[in-house]
Design a protein around this ligand. Structure first.
Ligand SMILES: [Fe+2]
Length: 607
C-alpha cells in the first residue's frame, strides 16, 4: 500500500477522519437543550448500569435529573452544575417484578456529582442474578439486570464475558453493544478503554462523513474540562444500544487514553495543548472525575485492599473461584512519555523505527515505566497465585511484541517499525512481565492477556524472547476489534482513490495484515476489517475467544458502521488449552454454558 501514511499512530488512526473533515464541516454551536434531550424523557433518561461485580457486591448506577418545579427553573443538563439536590430510592430484588426485594436504600444526589447516583450494594449472594431500579418524585427508572461474580471457594462455575474497546460515538452506530444486550449468556462486559473519545465535530472529527449531523458529538468541541467530559459521557449513556447493553449486564471497565486525550502519558498527551487547553494535570483530574461519576466503577476509596499505588488506584482484581481471576491494569496515569523519533513522531509516540541504537536504548531504558513499580509488582504477584487456574489480564495496549515492516506503512522497506505507545515502547516493563510469566511453574496456571486499543482483531502467542524464537511462549493475548473506531480498512480506504471499490480496499487491507502476521510468526489471527466484540469463554480445560464482526464492506455498503440495524456474525475462534501456554484453532463458537447463575425469586424475603 503505497502512501498510507504519516507514520504516527494518531495520524494513522485519524486518516479517515481527516478525509471526512475535508468533505464537509458544518459549524455547530453547543446546544444545551439538545444535550438535555434524553433527560427530557424523564428523571432517569440516561438509563441504568451496574458494574464491578464481586462475590457479594455490585455497583448500581443512574443519573437522576431533577425535574423543573417551576417555569423558568434551570434545566439540570449534564455538566451544567445546575439543579436542586434530589433524593433517590434504590431497590435490588431477586425478581424483575420486585416482589422479592433484598436490598434498598435512599441516596441524595446533587450537582456535585452531576446528579449521578452510585451505590455499592453489598451483602449479596455469589453467582446470583439480581434486578435493580431507582425511583424519585413518582418516577421509576428502567429495570436493570445484574449478577454477582461466580467466586465461591472450591466451586467451579462457568465464566463467559464479552471483551470490547474503542467506541467512538461519531464512528458509527453501536451494533456491537446491541449484540451484547441481546446475549443472555454473559457474566459481564469487559471494556478495556476508549469508551469515549475527546474529539469534536470540526476539523478534528473522527468517523465516517456520512454520519455528520446525524451522529454528532456532544459537546461539539473537544472535551477539555469537567463540563465537556460530563456531557460526552451523558451522550454515550443516552445511546439506545449502549444503554441496552448496560441494562442487561454488569460491566467491568478501565479507561485508556481517549477518556482524557489521545496517547496520554503521566504529564501530557499528543492531543493536549497546554497553551490553549490549560494544565494537563487539571484536565486529567476533571476527565477522571467525570469517568468515576458516569461509569459503574467502584470508587477507588471504597475498594477493599490497599495495594501500594501512586495517584488514584484504578487497578484491581476480580476472582472467579478456583477457575481464575481477572487483573485490571491501568497504563496511562503513571507512564513515562513515549519515545519519539522525529520526523516519524514528535509527541505522544506512534510508529517509530527500531534497530537504531540510540532509539533502542531509549526504548529499553529501565528508568522509563508503563506501569508504576507498585502496580507491576501487584500484577506479577497476581499472576503467580497458585490458587486459581487462569490469570486473565484486562489490559489497554498490546503486550506482545509486534514489528511492522516499513513497506506496510508506506515507508522504505528497510525500516522496521514498532508502535511506541504500546508495551513495545516500554521494553523494560514488557520484558519484566514476560520474563516473570515465563518463570512461573505449571502449578501457577496460565495467563491470557485481553487487550483493545488498536481497532483490529488479533490472537497471538506471547513469545518468551524475540532473540530466541525457539523458546516456548509464555501465554497468549487476544485483542478485540473496535466497536466503531477506524481500523486498518478505513485507513487503507482513506489512502486509496475514492473510486476504489470496497472489495479492492478489503483485499488491500488483507494484504497488509497478512504481511504484518508474516513478519511476526507468533500471530495466529489478524483481521483489520471487522468491527464488533470478542466473546471470552473460560473453562478449566481452555480459554476460547470468538470474534464477532460487522459485515464485510461491499460496493453496495462500503461502511457498515453507518447502518443503525447492522448485525454482527461470527468470524473466527481461537483457544488456548490449559497448560499449553500457546494458541490452537477452535472449531466452532462456544456452546451452552456449563451452569448459570442462580435466578430464584424465592431467594429474597418478600419486599
Ligand atoms: Fe481507540
Amino acid at each position: 500500500m503505497a502512501d498510507v501514511v504519516t507514520p504516527s499512530r494518531r495520524s494513522v488512526l485519524k486518516g479517515a477522519a481527516l478525509a471526512a473533515a475535508a468533505v464537509a464541516v458544518p459549524v455547530r454551536v453547543f446546544d444545551a437543550q439538545a444535550a438535555a434531550a434524553p433527560a427530557a424523557d424523564g428523571i432517569f433518561g440516561y438509563g441504568v448500569a451496574s458494574g464491578d461485580p464481586t462475590a457479594d457486591a455490585v455497583v448500581i448506577w443512574t443519573r437522576a435529573t431533577p425535574p423543573q418545579r417551576h417555569a423558568g427553573d434551570p434545566v439540570a443538563v449534564p455538566g451544567s452544575g445546575l439543579g436542586q439536590p434530589l433524593q433517590v430510592l434504590w431497590e435490588v430484588a431477586a425478581d424483575p417484578e420486585f416482589r422479592f426485594r433484598v436490598r434498598q436504600g435512599v441516596v441524595r444526589t446533587s450537582p456535585d456529582s452531576d446528579h449521578t447516583v452510585k451505590v455499592d450494594v453489598t451483602g449479596l449472594s455469589p453467582y446470583t442474578r439480581y434486578y435493580y431500579r431507582f425511583r424519585a418524585e413518582g418516577q421509576a427508572s428502567a429495570v436493570g439486570r445484574t449478577q454477582t461474580a461466580p467466586d465461591e471457594p472450591g466451586r467451579l462455575h462457568a465464566l463467559r464475558f464479552a471483551l470490547v474497546s474503542c467506541s467512538n460515538y461519531t464512528g458509527g452506530y453501536f451494533a456491537a453493544y446491541r449484540a451484547l444486550g441481546q446475549r443472555d449468556d454473559l457474566d459481564f462486559v469487559l471494556h478495556v478503554g476508549d469508551y469515549i473519545y475527546e474529539y469534536g465535530n470540526g476539523a478534528d472529527r473522527y468517523g465516517p462523513p456520512e454520519l455528520i449531523v446525524t451522529r454528532d458529538g456532544v459537546p461539539a468541541t473537544e472535551t477539555i474540562d469537567l463540563a465537556g467530559y460530563r456531557l460526552r459521557h451523558a451522550l454515550h449513556k443516552a445511546d439506545p444500544d449502549l444503554a441496552f447493553a448496560h441494562r442487561r449486564h454488569p460491566w467491568i471497565t478501565i479507561f485508556d487514553d481517549h477518556e482524557v486525550a489521545n496517547n496520554a502519558w503521566n504529564g501530557g498527551a499528543e492531543n493536549h495543548t497546554p497553551g490553549t487547553e490549560g494544565a494537563f494535570s487539571t484536565r486529567r483530574q476533571q476527565a477522571y472525575q467525570a469517568y468515576l461519576e458516569w461509569m459503574p466503577f467502584r470508587l477507588p476509596d471504597q475498594d477493599q485492599g490497599a495495594a501500594p499505588h501512586r495517584g488514584i488506584r484504578f487497578f484491581r482484581r476480580f476472582g472467579f473461584g478456583p477457575l481464575g481471576d481477572l487483573s485490571i491494569v491501568e497504563t496511562r496515569q503513571n507512564r513515562s512519555p513515549q519515545v519519539n523519533v522525529p520526523p516519524f513522531t514528535t509527541v505522544g509516540g506512534g510508529f517509530i523505527p527500531t534497530g537504531i541504537p540510540a532509539v533502542d536504548a531509549q526504548l529499553a531504558d529501565p528508568a522509563r515505566q508503563l506501569l508504576e513499580p507498585e502496580q507491576l509488582g501487584w500484577l506479577r504477584a497476581g499472576t503467580a497465585d497458585l490458587g486459581r487456574r487462569w490469570h486473565l489480564i484486562g489490559n489497554q495496549v498490546v503486550l506482545t511484541p509486534v514489528r511492522f515492516p516499513g513497506a506496510v506503512l508506506g515507508l522504505p522497506p528497510q525500516l522496521t517499525m514498532l508502535n511506541s505507545d504500546q508495551w513495545d515502547g516500554y521494553q523494560a516493563d514488557q520484558a519484566a512481565l514476560i520474563t516473570h510469566l515465563g518463570a512461573q511453574p505449571a502449578s501457577a496456571g496460565d495467563v491470557v492477556v485481553l487487550t483493545g486499543d488498536i481497532h483490529s482483531s488479533w490472537a497471538m502467542d506471547i513469545p518468551a524472547s524475540l532473540t530466541a524464537p525457539e523458546a516456548a511462549p509464555v501465554g497468549v493475548e487476544f485483542v478485540c476489534p473496535s466497536v466503531t473506531s477506524d481500523g486498518f480498512y478505513e485507513l487503507v480506504r482513506a489512502a486509496l482513490p475514492a473510486t476504489t471499490p470496497a472489495e479492492a480496499v478489503v483485499a488491500a487491507t488483507q494484504n497488509i495484515t497478512a504481511a504484518v502476521a508474516a513478519a511476526n510468526p507468533w500471530i495466529s489471527y489478524l483481521n483489520g476489517v471487522g468491527h464488533g466484540y470478542t466473546l471470552i469463554d473460560v473453562t478449566p480445560d481452555r480459554v476460547q475467544a470468538d470474534f464477532y464482526h460487522t459485515p464485510r464492506p461491499t460496493g453496495a455498503l462500503p461502511d457498515p458502521r453507518i447502518v443503525p440495524s447492522t448485525q454482527l456474525t461470527h468470524a473466527a475462534s481461537w483457544q488456548t488449552l490449559a497448560g499449553s501456554r500457546r494458541l490452537s484453532p477452535a472449531t466452532s463458537p462456544v456452546g451452552l454454558r456449563a451452569d448459570d447463575p442462580t435466578e430464584n425469586p424465592e431467594h429474597g424475603r418478600p419486599g
